[in-house]
Design a protein around this ligand. Structure first.
Ligand code: ZN
Ligand code: ZN
Ligand code: ZN
Ligand code: ZN
Ligand code: ZN
Ligand code: ZN
Ligand code: ZN
Length: 1756
């Protein structure tokens, strides 16, 4: 690298190199006008260094600039070479205790929820790990870039401001020492000079606005005609637009265009063309023309002179240079701050800092971020100057915001984003409020930008243009600033602060005044509204202001004087808003029960009404504070209480609530969705605290100050229900006269809503100040009611609770008291469940329930009560007492009008006419009566001697109604209703009321000996009789329900047979013993030793097998000659077992799969769901799927979860992804093995000889045939010329025993395996087809063996049926496949495979035994053997051949093991005296040494060798046992069906091997030596032994997914350090980790797209092709999300293995709770991978969620 640069250096103008820093600095030290000297130097050199070619080469430029330009400055500054100067400065420096690390994009940041002053206070990872907060409740986020670590800032942290590294030495706490004392006078003076000049230079050149001129002192003498066409970034045009335009404008390739666009997006500008002026102008005009439209401005393009661009590049370099130089010394930093803030000659706003700030919006992105960074590392790191900077910032605030509104860049790259750095620092914020009147400035600036008002001066968003809407989004950041300023509350108040806060409060009230009554609506009658009115802007404003409004109240609460003043101001403004609200509205008089009140005529349903009432809501909030802080009692004289007019206070909130009721009653249907949405948000958790809740409080305030009868009458009038209740008998008339059902229904709903409102007014006393409660009680109650609906996860609960400005709900502190935590299982989340003892606090009419929640909660609570065998009444809970200011509220319950309402409704219920009442109405009345009773009971219980209980509800309800109608008493009516058959559901509640009534009466009696009412006895009797009846009824009901359920289940089962089964089948892949396991379904064989192969193979009686087709439901026997039955199957390539991921099939057309390399780098796996069909049924099904999909794709152009063109389909039963079918077969060996006797069988030596002869004969014949002139007749003549081995008849062609349909299926599956495994076009004639079939069989068995071993499961333990069926079918299929292949091809394969162990002359370059996977070899040989054996009539059986093949391969494997066994463990003592095995293996090893010419290392101890052989060969033996088991159908020995020891002996017995394996060599010693010699005399073996190459050693370890760290943040950190490998050091936006190999990739980004098979694909898809042959498992680090990919079109997201303490994942990292690895879940993912189920999982996910199909997976 360096040398390359040096070369380039030489190419640069010689004069540049001749510069000596010392010389130049020397000249400068002498200079009288230093500025001029330096400028001359720059003017001369800068254009020579920068912008010398069309494409920037920053590395080279910066290097030369360092040498020629910066080095002299450094020399000048230090007075010596900076190499020595800077370290000296650094040494003398007393470093600041602030960390100040500036965050990179994606870097993890930490905030402590216990100690951070506000959530913007964050730590970098290093500081966090060294702080006390790591044991606190912390929150983790990834930085969006910008911002810095607050470690060391004592104002940011309530506790633990320092990490270990930045801890102040306690001895060293010298307050505010001037850092300049550590510098010499000279250095100070010189730095001051050079900083001034260079800072000045940078600011001047960067803010320079002319395009082809330079500042006079930098202008050059001779100016070239070189220009740049500079393209600037904006946020309006898309990437694609820019790329497209550039291709047109500057004639570049798409790749180049992408490069330009990426740089423009990142740096804010990029030159796209370089040349003479004309040439650049031309490109500019094309770009401008192509990107402008009516709506949008064109892209910004400038044609700039090259020297200007050069100076600007250097200007940026200077700023970062300054940033790095001040890093050496706090003193230098202070000097730079001073230089920056020094006022220039033009007075106000002329300092360099001011100038930069004020031209911020004119600068391009790259320039901005460079100077912002400099500010952060200088001004913000020096506490003295931070303050001065803050003042400058505040003074320029309005202008900066104005610029920002016009700017079209995101806020993150605007200087206004720095506000968080000052405003959240408490002392700074306080200072800015008092000295710069910051609060007022912010609010006024905000108001300035929202100018659109209606005639009443209220905000109007109705006719917003797109531009105004855009600005509106921008001004919202001002609210954020206001929030920052208010976030830390003052502990002390100065008079100044009071004054300025109240001034700000005034401004704030002005703002709220503009919102009061905005977006008014009128009920639409007749026809629908034509256009949905704009409503979102107003609600956005309200939502953003919610926290500010709350914080304003919090501030007021802290100081009594402020509170009183604020209250007064707020009241005044409210009165202004309501100014003359009675004007023009007629007064009317209402009267009921002898009470009368004056009010106005106003109908919500006819006049304008608005949901926005922030002023009255703020007043409500302040009123509660008066009550809470007791200011109301302490200084009543200071408060304008007399000015309060309760009817005025309640009027607007009441209208708003009535509006909600009417909307619910369906009266506003024609107003469309905008109104429905507004009502929704009014109650929503994000808004309700400062909307709905405060309206309730305001009503409570009003009612507590007025006669409840009056209030109720006004309320009836506003609900438009006054007529109904003021006219006796109205109900009767109403039902008989009015036939309009809608109106009746409407009125019923309105009555219900009104009763609900009364319940809320009396019952909602959990705001501190309204009731005698604290904040904890409030939050507890919220949680209790949420959990009454259902158990909830932590995040769900958090979402349902309001957050404060610090994003806290306060839930953690109380949750333990009200709920139990239940940990999550392997899926799902941890859940909180309500403690049973909290159920009694349940209030059915809790005001934050939505209607759906209310009914769910009711159902859940009743169910709970039934389970506990309690009655199902849900009486109102006992409530806390009101605060004195609100105490009179309870009197509503016993007011005459209330009693009248109750009586009327009960009367309706008693009369039970179908129209005029509803059950909900009655239920609410009962609830209200219950509340009144609870109230009275409490009053009685807490009564003190001197007080009289004034709450006498029980007495009032015992009295009958008055004349004229003389209705019965409420109590009497309740008694009547108790027996009403139509009120079964409410019986328990009525009974509860009567019981409580009696209890109260007893209480009263005990306190006052007054006579008792008479009804008691009858009630008691009634109720016990009732109980019996109810119990019987309940039982009958349960029985009925059970019957119904069963019936329903049955019909369900009939209808959805498939659906039912689907679930069952989906779970079956789990290899658990509990799974639908079938042990061994082969017939029972007598207890003797079982042998799986060879002449002694255990003979199993024939068993007939019947199967049912899932498609036609017909049963059929599996037979050789019958129609084929098939299993749905999925064949895929696999690298799961691969030991070398860098290897993949390069040229599939030429690839020879005959020998599998022991690295198993690319296998073919077959899986199946085990569902059986007729071949013809499947064919029909598949054809119809194909036809359907083709039609669908034409019509909708949709993807599906499966690719029909590639033969994919879903299993018709379980929807499992499949791409072929396997035929079901009987054990194929039996069919060919029946014709011979087994009496006299050859031994291994003889057998090898025979086979070799047979092969030789075949080869000779083959040669003959291939010579063109011979005919078949000559052929037979020639045959006599060889010595044909005895009984060998090569002309014999065996008859294929299978039916046509089976033969066809054999070909189908064989072709599919070939096509998928090699990724080639199907060709059933290809000689590689049989090889691929054998390979898939071997590979699938090997992968099962690995899974079983990894999980310590027994080899023949219970397997899920689908796996068992799949392996059996696959093995039998592979064994039968030769019957449909060409005999000579299979014979050829056999001879070649055979030659790898027994060399012959015809096969030269076969792989050496180190490079052959022995199990694949075994399977190939065994399955190809019948093709040879079928022509052998000498009497040698197939079984004999199997046995000899197996022994031969085993011997080769032992040699392979001995050659590769690692012998490093020397020095260990011999474990036991040498046994038979040990000496045998030692002897063998010595033979081996001889054969290899002593290249083998010295002889290790025998026990060691034997141990290695045993361990190494075990997987091979296990695989072989599985293979022969499925091939021959011999049941497995019972010992091997249970886990335990290694079963080595059992394995050997089952496989007909001696347990001393080495004795195989001794038994066959005639050929042993020659075989070993032939194996060892291979050049590759020699190379290996001489250490020139590697070989796989045994046993091969199982592949696992990579290890993941326990703490998720270390992954984030790792990813934040990862940069895109293609775009030179850029941070990757979507770093993604391959869980298979651990590679980090730059996903989902243009930069890392590559071409794969002619298509552009993202980094992940490209990676899957090399790492997982198309299948990939990734972790998207920023999103904390697992990604599964298969091929280019398939993918899904999967839940990550990281959980927070509440047992939840955090996909998208939105919550930021600390995340820890959950081993069980990670294992589950690993298992999916090892079982080859990833593709299947994707299929299921895509079927379940169709939107997944539409995602462009290939671009990830
Ligand atoms: Zn830090
Ligand atoms: Zn620190
Ligand atoms: Zn902490
Ligand atoms: Zn069928
Ligand atoms: Zn299936
Ligand atoms: Zn990239
Ligand atoms: Zn990988």
């Amino acid at each position: 690298m360096a040398s390359e640069l040096e070369l380039e250096m030489q190419a640069i103008d010689r004069s540049l190199l001749e510069c000596s820093a010392e010389e130049i600095a020397g000249k400068w030290l002498q200079a009288t006008d230093l500025t001029r000297e330096v400028y001359q130097h720059l003017a001369h050199y800068v254009p020579k260094i920068y912008c010398r070619s069309p494409n920037p080469c920053p590395q080279k430029e910066d290097m030369v600039a360092q040498h020629v330009l910066l080095a002299p400055m450094e020399w000048y500054l230090c007075g010596e070479d900076s190499e020595f100067g800077f370290p000296k400065l650094q040494q003398a420096n007393k470093p600041s205790h602030l960390c100040g690390r500036v965050f990179k994009v994606g870097e993890p940041t930490y905030s402590c929820r216990d100690c951070a002053v506000d959530p913007t206070c964050v730590l970098c990872m290093d500081c966090f790990l060294g702080s006390i907060h790591r044991d606190h409740r912390y929150r983790m986020t990834t930085s969006g870039g910008g911002g810095f670590c607050d470690c060391g800032d004592t104002e940011a942290w309530k506790e633990g401001p320092y990490c270990q590294k930045h801890e102040l030495n306690t001895s060293e706490i010298e307050e505010e020492e001037d850092p300049l004392v550590h510098l010499s006078e000279d250095v100070i003076a010189r730095s001051y000079n050079i900083f001034t000049i260079m800072f000045q230079y940078a600011v001047e050149i960067l803010t320079w606005e002319k395009e082809s001129e330079l500042p006079a002192d930098l202008e050059m003498v001779e100016k070239s005609d070189t220009y740049y066409c500079m393209l600037f970034n904006d946020e309006v045009h898309t990437y694609e637009q820019v790329i497209y335009t550039l291709q047109k404008a500057v004639n570049c390739t798409q790749k180049e265009a992408i490069g330009f666009a990426t740089t423009v997006d990142r740096d804010g500008r990029r030159s796209v063309r370089c040349g003479d002026f004309q040439y650049c102008e031309q490109a500019k005009s094309i770009i401008v023309r192509n990107t402008s439209s009516r709506q949008t401005k064109p892209l910004k393009v400038q044609v700039m002179h090259s020297s200007l661009v050069a100076h600007q590049s250097f200007g940026l370099k200077v700023l970062s240079w300054l940033g790095s130089v001040i890093g050496y010394s706090d003193g230098l930093r202070r000097i730079l701050c001073q230089v920056g803030l020094q006022e220039g000659p033009d007075g106000e706003n002329s300092s360099l800092v001011d100038r930069l700030m004020l031209s911020d919006s004119k600068l391009w992105k790259g320039a901005r971020s460079v100077y912002h960074q400099l500010f952060m590392s200088s001004l913000l790191m020096d506490l003295k100057y931070k303050k001065l900077f803050a003042v400058r910032f505040a003074k320029n605030y309005q202008q900066l915001q104005r610029d920002f509104m016009e700017d079209d860049h995101e806020r993150a790259v605007s200087v206004t984003a720095l506000s968080v750095q000052f405003f959240t620092a408490p002392t700074l914020a306080r200072m800015l409020i008092t000295e710069e009147n910051l609060m007022t400035i912010i609010i006024k600036t905000f108001m300035d930008h929202l100018r659109h008002r209606d005639t009443q001066g209220r905000f109007q968003f109705e006719r917003y243009t797109a531009l105004q809407a855009f600005k509106f989004r921008r001004v919202q950041s001002l609210i954020l600033d206001l929030k920052y300023v208010l976030i830390s509350k003052p502990t002390e108040w100065s008079d100044d602060l009071r004054e300025k806060f109240l001034e700000g409060f005034d401004a704030f009230l002005e703002l709220l005044k503009c919102m009061q009554g905005m977006d008014p609506i009128t009920r639409q009658v007749g026809q629908h509204i034509e256009m949905e009115p704009e409503w979102e802007a107003a609600f956005t404003l309200q939502m953003k202001l919610t926290h500010v409004i709350s914080m304003m109240q919090d501030w007021c609460a802290l100081d009594e004087k402020v509170l009183i003043e604020a209250y007064k101001k707020c009241l005044t403004v409210l009165m202004q808003c309501h100014g003359g609200f009675t004007d023009g509205e007629q007064p009317i008089t209402l009267s009921i029960c002898g009470h009368s009140v004056e009010t106005i005529r106003y109908c919500v349903s006819q006049e304008k009404v608005s949901i926005h009432l922030p002023v009255s809501r703020l007043l409500a909030g302040l009123h509660v504070l008066l009550s809470k802080s007791e200011v109301a009692y302490k200084f009543p004289e200071l408060l304008p209480l007399s000015e309060l007019s309760p009817p005025m206070l309640i009027e607007h909130p009441l209208r708003c609530l009535v509006l909600c009721a009417q909307v619910h009653a369906g009266m506003w249907r024609r107003n469309g969705f905008s109104l429905v949405n507004q009502i929704y948000y009014y109650h929503n958790v994000k808004c309700r605290r400062e909307m709905f809740d405060k309206d309730i409080v305001m009503l409570q305030t009003g009612v507590s100050m007025m006669d409840p009868n009056h209030f109720l009458m006004i309320m009836l009038s506003r609900f438009e229900l006054y007529q109904i209740f003021s006219t006796p008998d109205y109900g009767k008339r109403f039902s008989s006269e009015i036939t309009h059902k809608d109106v009746v229904q409407q009125n019923n709903t309105l009555i219900e809503e009104m009763l609900y409102l009364i319940i809320m007014l009396v019952g909602e006393r959990f705001s501190p100040g309204v009731g005698q409660v604290n904040a904890t009680d409030d939050i507890k109650r919220e949680i209790i009611h949420q959990l009454s609906i259902k158990p909830m996860a932590h995040s769900e609960l958090v979402k349902s609770l309001p957050e404060d400005e610090n994003k806290e709900t306060g839930m953690e502190s109380v949750i333990e008291a009200v709920a139990h935590f239940k940990k999550p299982g392997l899926t799902g989340r941890g859940m909180y469940e309500l403690k049973p003892e909290c159920a009694k606090e349940f209030n059915l009419y809790f005001y934050h329930f939505s209607r759906a929640e209310q009914s769910k909660a009711e159902e859940a609570q009743r169910k709970l009560k039934r389970q506990n065998r309690e009655d199902t009444a849900l009486p109102p809970p006992v409530l806390p007492p009101f605060c004195p200011l609100f105490a009179s509220l309870v009197n509503i319950l016993q007011s005459d009008v209330m009693l009248c309402i109750m009586r009327t409704i009960l009367q309706w219920a008693v009369e039970h006419n179908g129209y005029a009442w509803s059950e909900s109405m009655l239920q609410r009345v009962l609830h209200l009566i219950g509340m009144a009773l609870q109230e009275e009971k409490q009053h009685l219980e807490n009564v003190t001697e001197e007080h009289v209980v004034t709450f006498t509800f029980t007495q009032k309800i015992s009295k009958p109604g008055e004349a004229p109608n003389n209705s019965p008493s409420i109590l009497a009516m309740l008694e009547t209703l108790q027996n009403a058959p139509y009120l079964e559901v409410h019986k328990d509640m009525i009974r509860w009321i009567l019981k409580t009534f009696n209890a109260i009466k007893k209480l009263r009696e005990s306190s006052s000996p007054s006579p008792v009412a008479e009804t008691e006895g009858t009630i008691m009797e009634e109720s016990s009789r009732d109980k019996d009846k109810a119990e019987r009824k309940r039982k009958a009901e349960i029985a009925r329900l059970r019957r119904e359920k069963i019936m329903a289940q049955m019909s369900e089962m009939q209808r959805h047979f498939i659906d039912e089964n689907k679930e069952l089948f989906q779970q079956t892949l789990e290899l658990d013993a509990s799974a639908s396991a079938v042990l061994d379904n082969s017939p029972v064989v007598s207890d003797k030793t079982l042998t799986a192969l060879g002449p002694a193979q255990t003979q199993v009686p024939e068993q007939r097998q019947f199967v049912t087709c899932i498609l036609c439901q017909e049963e059929q026997e599996v037979k050789v000659e019958s129609k084929a039955m098939v299993l749905a199957a999925f064949v895929q390539r696999s690298t799961v077992l691969s030991k070398d991921r860098s290897k993949f099939i390069q040229d599939p057309e030429k690839y020879d799969p005959l020998f599998m390399h022991p690295d198993l780098s690319c296998g073919t796996h077959t899986g199946s769901c085990g569902h059986i069909m007729h071949a013809h049924c499947w064919q029909r099904y598949f054809d119809s799927v194909q036809a359907k999909e083709q039609r669908r794709q034409q019509r909708l152009r949709l993807h599906t979860s499966y690719d029909v063109e590639n033969g994919e389909f879903l299993c018709p039963l379980c929807e499992c992804l499949s791409n072929t079918v396997i035929p079901l077969l009987l054990p194929p060996r039996k069919i060919f093995n029946s014709r011979l006797n087994f009496s006299d069988q050859p031994n291994l030596t003889q057998w090898i000889r025979t086979i070799s002869q047979q092969i030789k004969a075949l080869q000779a014949l083959g040669k003959e045939e291939s010579t063109p002139h011979t005919t078949s007749s000559k052929n037979s003549e020639n045959m006599d010329e060889f010595q044909l081995p005895e009984g060998f008849r090569p002309d014999f062609l065996p008859k294929n025993p299978y039916s046509e349909s089976i033969k066809e299926m054999l070909k189908t599956f064989g072709t599919a395996t070939y096509k998928v495994g090699l990724k080639v076009h199907p060709n059933e004639e290809d000689p590689r087809v049989p090889v691929m079939c054998w390979g898939s069989c071997a590979y699938t068995i090997q992968s099962l063996e690995r899974i079983l071993s990894d999980e310590d499961k027994p080899l023949f333990g219970p397997l899920p049926c689908r796996l068992d069926d799949c392996l059996r079918s696959l093995t039998r299929f592979a064994a039968a496949h030769w019957t449909v292949a060409s005999l000579s091809v299979v014979q050829g394969h056999f001879s070649k495979l055979f030659a790898s162990l027994v060399p012959d002359d015809n096969h030269g370059d076969l792989p050496c035994i180190l490079d052959i996977d022995m199990f694949h070899l075994l399977v190939g040989l065994v399955l190809a053997f019948p093709a040879l054996q079928c022509q052998d009539f000498s009497g040698t059986s197939l079984g004999t051949g199997d046995l000899h093949i197996f022994r031969l391969v085993t011997m080769a494997h032992i040699i392979q093991l001995l050659l590769t066994s690692c012998t490093e463990e020397n020095g260990m003592d011999e474990e036991s005296p040498a046994g038979e095995e040990e000496s045998a293996v030692l002897a063998l090893y010595k033979t081996l040494q001889q054969c290899t010419g002593s290249a083998l290392k010295e002889v290790p101890p025998g026990w060691h060798l034997w141990r290695n052989v045993r361990a190494g060969i075990l997987p091979f033996l296990k695989c072989s046992a599985l293979f022969f088991h499925y091939l021959n159908g011999v049941p497995s020995p019972p010992e091997m069906q249970v886990s335990g020891a290694s079963h080595f002996e059992h394995l050997c017995n089952y496989l007909s091997l001696p347990s001393n394996l080495v004795s195989l060599f001794q038994e066959n010693n005639e050929i042993t030596k020659s075989l070993i010699e032939s194996w060892c005399h291979n050049i590759e073996v020699k190379r290996y032994l001489e250490g020139e190459r590697d070989a796989i050693s045994y046993p091969r370890e199982s592949n696992k997914l990579i290890d993941l760290p326990e703490d998720y943040s270390s992954l984030i950190n790792q990813a934040s350090n990862f940069s895109c490998p293609k775009s030179g050091g850029d941070k990757s936006r979507a770093p993604t980790l391959c869980l298979v190999c651990g590679t980090l990739l730059c996903s989902q980004s243009y930069c890392c797209q590559t071409e794969l098979e002619g298509e552009d694909v993202g980094a992940c898809t490209a990676h899957t092709y090399s790492c997982g042959s198309g299948v990939g498992i990734f972790l998207r680090v920023r999103e904390c999300q697992v990604l599964f990919l298969a091929g280019k079109t398939k993918g899904c997201f999967y839940s990550p293995p990281y959980l927070d303490d509440y047992g939840e994942t955090d996909q998208g990292l939105r919550r930021g709770n600390p995340l820890h690895l959950c081993q069980e879940r990670f294992k589950k993912i690993q298992k999916l991978w090892q079982q080859h189920s990833v593709t299947e999982e994707i299929g299921h996910a895509q079927e379940a969620n169709q939107t997944l199909v539409g995602i462009d997976w290939q671009h990830l």
